[in-house]
Design a protein around this ligand. Structure first.
Ligand SMILES: [Zn+2]
Length: 365
């Protein structure tokens, strides 16, 4: 931390000068510090989307979200417990882009041609082009894993596996809503010039990533996205070209809410199931649920299955000892089911770990 005087209001304050941009806590001015010369330059393209929610509202929304997932909605209040709620206003570089893509590839014919024809005649060459506009949001934080759920916020309509952390602002901040939106205005259109007061109680976190990096990342993300979109048109993509036109870039602080909950079932399952905290993330403009972990995953069910079968096998084995050797056969079957469930649960866990994004930690000089 370093004491600096604000270039706008001259008030002294403590700043983390490893951040790319600094924000004055008194007048909300945003500025850059040139560490070599000590010169300060005011940065004007900084906006904030006001937070409109609060912990009470977030709690009731998360419970409602859980109730909609549950087949016994009335049991939600008795089985689900919200353990924590917190909010953050996070910095994003919002890059306005026009993306133009040309693709070419092979599509298999619906009706096969003569069987004795030479290789490749089953395929037709097709090509096409498309153009899309986005306001693409790129995290202004170096570590996209520092809060839960920030690694894959893009949920395209198309059947595509998203492998990038950036997201189109407009469709993301209008999805997952459980209530009627308060206004027709998009989140972006209701942004304000940055002032701390618009966070309405949320902590505002600092900007670490500069706009050049943000622009590079935005280009990379939309190119990856358009490559996946192009692949949907063909069986074999042979050519692909994308041109990205940047219309502008702004820094916008976006409101997010994080909730954790535990599920304590009131059924027999409770004896076999150790409650684990699960995460839900909401945006704080329209209060849409952006992502959430389901109460019991398939893997957890497999573990419960393994446990119950394991216990049954032991009982059957004892019955075999005490009563009739036929029980050994049934016990053996139980052991096989136990082992299979545990094996599948373990391999699934390994797969999930492999899919988790790897964060490169660069030492800060
Ligand atoms: Zn100031």
């Amino acid at each position: 931390m370093y004491e600096l005087a604000c270039p706008a209001c001259n008030s002294p304050s403590q700043y983390d000068i490893s951040d790319y941009l600094l924000m004055c806590p008194f007048c909300s001015a945003t500025f850059r510090l040139d560490k070599e010369s000590g010169q300060k330059e005011i940065f004007n393209d900084h906006y904030i989307i006001a937070n409109t929610s609060n912990p009470v509202q977030v709690k009731s929304l998360v419970l409602e979200w859980l109730a909609r997932l549950n087949h016994k909605p009335n049991a939600t209040a008795k089985e689900y417990f919200i353990t924590n709620i917190s909010g953050l206003s996070r910095p994003y570089w919002v890059v306005s882009l026009e993306v133009y893509t040309v693709w070419k590839g092979l599509v298999q014919r619906q009706h096969r041609v003569r069987l004795d024809s030479y290789p490749g005649t089953d395929y037709l060459i097709e090509h096409g082009q498309f153009k899309r506009n986005y306001r693409w949001a790129i995290s202004g934080r170096n570590n996209i894993c520092e809060s839960w759920g920030m690694t894959r916020l893009h949920e395209p309509k198309e059947p595509i596996e998203v492998a990038w952390d950036g997201f189109p602002l407009d469709s993301t901040f209008s999805r997952g809503q459980l209530q009627e939106p308060k206004t027709e205005k998009s989140a972006y259109d209701s942004r304000e010039f940055f002032e701390f007061k618009f966070s309405n109680g949320l902590a505002i976190i600092g900007v670490q990533v500069d706009e050049d990096e943000a622009l590079r990342r935005a280009r990379l993300h939309v190119e990856q996205y358009h490559l996946e979109l192009s692949k949907l048109n063909v069986d074999y993509l042979t050519d692909f070209r994308t041109e990205v036109e940047v219309a502008g870039v702004q820094l916008v602080h976006l409101p997010f809410w994080y909730a954790t909950y535990v599920y304590r079932p009131r059924t027999i399952l409770r004896h076999f199931y150790r409650p684990k905290e699960k995460n839900v993330i909401l945006e704080g403009y329209n209060n849409g649920v952006l992502a959430g972990e389901l109460p019991i995953r398939h893997k957890d069910k497999l573990w419960v299955n393994a446990l119950i079968c394991g216990a049954a096998s032991v009982i059957l084995f004892l019955l075999g000892l005490a009563w009739h050797s036929a029980f050994f056969v049934v016990a053996l079957f139980g052991v096989i089911v136990t082992a299979a469930s545990a094996y599948v649960a373990l391999t699934r866990a390994a797969e999930a770990n492999e899919q988790a994004p790897v964060v490169e930690r660069t030492a800060q000089a």
